[in-house]
Design a protein around this ligand. Structure first.
Ligand SMILES: [Zn+2]
Length: 129
C-alpha cells in the first residue's frame, strides 16, 4: 500500500458511505438497472479513488464476465466491481465500466435509497459470489 491519494470531484457526487471519499459523479451513470446481492447497483462510466482486487471470472445474470472487485482507496470497504472483459458480445458495452453497490455509497441527495420503482430496462446483473 502506498500513501493515500484521493482526488476531489466537482458536481453531484456519490461518496463512500463509510468515510465520505468521493467516488463518482451522477453524470457518469450509465445505468441504474443493475443489481447486487444487497439490492440496487449503478453502472458508472468511470469512478475515482478506488483500488482493485484480483481478476476473476464471475457468472452474472447476463453471462460470464471477468471482473475485479473495487475498494474505497481510503477505508478499504468493498464498494462494487469493475468489468474487465465480457464474454458475451451483447455485454461488451460494460467493459472498463464499474458497478457501485447503492447500499455502499451516499448519493448527492443524502443516504436514502431512491424509492421510486424504476423500470428494469437494459441490462441487469447480479453478483453471485
Ligand atoms: Zn471509504
Amino acid at each position: 500500500m502506498g500513501r493515500i491519494f484521493a482526488v476531489t470531484l466537482e458536481g453531484r457526487i456519490y461518496s463512500c458511505k463509510h468515510c465520505g471519499t468521493h467516488l463518482a459523479l451522477t453524470q457518469d451513470i450509465v445505468s441504474k438497472s443493475f443489481h447486487c446481492k444487497h439490492g440496487k447497483a449503478y453502472l458508472f462510466d468511470k469512478v475515482a479513488n478506488i483500488t482493485t482486487g484480483e481478476k476473476e471470472d464471475r457468472m452474472m445474470m447476463t453471462g460470464m464476465h471477468t471482473v475485479v472487485d473495487i475498494f474505497c482507496v481510503r477505508c478499504g470497504s468493498i464498494i462494487g466491481w469493475k468489468y474487465e472483459y465480457a464474454h458475451e458480445k451483447s455485454q461488451k458495452y460494460k467493459e472498463g465500466k464499474s458497478v457501485l453497490e447503492r447500499f455502499k455509497i451516499i448519493g448527492p441527495d443524502g443516504s436514502d435509497y431512491w424509492t421510486s420503482h424504476e423500470a428494469h430496462i437494459g441490462a441487469s446483473d447480479a453478483d453471485d459470489a
